[in-house]
Design a binder for this molecule. Structure first.
Ligand SMILES: [Zn+2]
Length: 470
């Protein structure tokens, strides 16, 4: 972390294009370092077992303050499983259409509202908004639901077993184009339903740890005898294993209405050999929670900073179900969900006054040179960043695949604890490696659009935007 922090000191004010930045007078502070929940946890084994930084500061939840109408939340889950065979996204080698559905895909929505301001978080069981699909899908929601651009976090979980999104009728498969066109309406429907269900709510947050993800930048020896970085497992490299959980309970209720969680791993336990539709690890974890808690629970799942993180068991040929075997993908999804459930069951919800503030920008970060033919326009590459404050909790949505150390740097430098970093959000700008990774090479570095230092600028800008929400 020291390396990142010190490099940030030399990076000042990257050029930005401002889309919309909402500002409002500073609200009453609603930190709760001394909250009943935090004090209770400090004396329990829970905190001792949790190594996350923000748990060490105590849970930052809102105090009940006699001001305004208080927080209201609404949630919805919309089925987005393809009805027709489609091209699955994530592997260029996989050109056949999908063959059946292992588990159904969903878009999960949680909407927050207070004092006339809204925050809408959407998790979509999909790879991401490639082929310039983020703009049209966001627009479908914004137009239908009358929310501000900065109030919408449209995020994908990066499963590699969901339809490739495209609106390109010339190059995309007709079934994929039809799926993507219909998706805009479904997402808008989900957000509309969530907003229509807004009711008073209490929030609480917690943190755990899961071993499902591992740093995938394995150092191997090439045939020429030189070392190189390949996609594999590298347990000696940094892996952010934190599982962040936000729980919503409606007053008078005993069961959670929403369990939102963020965890940093690619959802790639199924590889290019799999042709069945699936939410992979994140999607299966959400499905486990919704079955386990039952009722109308919605469990929006988010991929944390995981550009260099893969599941411990990765790129399988498919669901191995022979002789009663529970496939590894289901096991790992369940393992992640078990930790979310354990954390959730220990969360006491007490926050009912959580002022909302949001902002978003498209950063112009330094681009990697693309050869002699590159025009001056190619000197920068864009990345969308969305930030929100929900009382003492913050969300950072990044429109790309960010290395886990960069996400961790944002969480640790943020003035809000917890800060949840959600990736594949409102854009799809590809990999964002750390500066030292460039000299090592590897798949993520070779395919990145950003020059060394771009990731560190991203961290600095995210923290600056978070501080402006204070
Ligand atoms: Zn990826």
């Amino acid at each position: 972390m020291k390396q990142i922090d010190s490099s940030l000191q030399f990076l000042r004010n990257p050029p930005v294009h401002v889309h919309a930045t909402e500002r409002m007078p500073l609200p009453h502070e609603c930190w709760a370092f001394g909250s009943r929940r935090a004090r209770a946890l400090q004396g329990s084994g829970y905190v001792r077992k949790t190594l996350s930084a923000w748990a060490c500061f105590g849970l930052a939840i809102c105090l009940v303050l006699a001001r305004g109408e208080g927080l209201r939340t609404g949630e919805a889950r919309i089925d987005v499983t393809p009805e027709q065979p489609v091209v699955l996204a994530g592997y260029a080698s996989r050109t056949n259409l999908s063959e059946g559905v292992h588990d159904r895909l969903s878009a999960r929505v949680v909407a927050f509202e207070q004092d006339g301001r809204r925050l809408v978080l959407v998790s979509l069981d999909n790879l991401g908004f490639y082929n310039d699909t983020s703009g049209p899908l966001r627009q479908a929601i914004l137009e239908a639901c009358a929310i501000q651009p900065s109030e919408l976090f449209l995020c994908a979980i990066h499963t590699h077993s969901a339809p490739l999104l495209t609106l390109d009728t010339a190059r995309g498969h007709p079934n994929n184009v039809a799926y993507t066109k219909a998706l805009g309406g479904k997402l808008a429907q989900g957000v509309r339903e969530a907003l229509a269900r807004l009711v008073p709510a209490e929030l609480g947050v917690g943190s755990g740890s899961s071993p499902v993800g591992v740093n995938r930048r394995e150092v191997a020896q090439g045939v020429d005898g030189k070392t190189k970085v390949v996609l594999g497992r590298n347990p000696s490299r940094i892996t952010d294993r934190e599982v962040e959980v936000l729980k919503v309970v409606n007053p008078g209720g005993t069961e959670p209405a929403v369990l939102l969680f963020a965890y940093g791993t690619h959802s790639t336990s199924l590889g290019p050999g799999n042709y069945q539709v699936s939410g992979d690890i994140h999607g299966l974890a959400a499905q486990f929670l919704e079955k386990y808690f039952g009722g109308d629970l919605v469990a929006p799942e988010f991929a944390g900073a995981s550009g260099d993180i893969d599941p411990w068991v990765r790129v399988l040929p498919g669901f191995r179900t022979g002789r009663g075997w529970v496939p590894e993908t289901v096991l790992m999804g369940t393992l992640l969900a078990e930790e979310v459930a354990r954390v959730a069951e220990g969360i006491h919800t007490s926050a009912t006054n959580c002022p909302i503030r949001t902002a978003w920008k498209t950063l112009a970060l330094p681009a990697r040179p693309k050869g002699e033919a590159a025009s001056s326009d190619d000197t920068t590459a864009s990345m969308t960043i969305t930030v929100a404050r929900l009382g003492g909790i913050a969300f950072v949505g990044l429109g790309g695949e960010v290395f886990n150390e960069l996400g961790k740097a944002i969480k640790l430098s943020s003035p809000f604890h917890p800060t949840l970093v959600l990736t594949h959000c409102n854009g799809a700008a590809g990999y964002v490696p750390t500066r030292p990774s460039y000299s090592e090479g590897g798949y993520e570095v070779q395919s990145s659009s950003f020059a060394p230092g771009g990731g560190e600028q991203l961290v600095e800008e995210a923290v600056r935007m978070l501080k402006e929400l204070q």
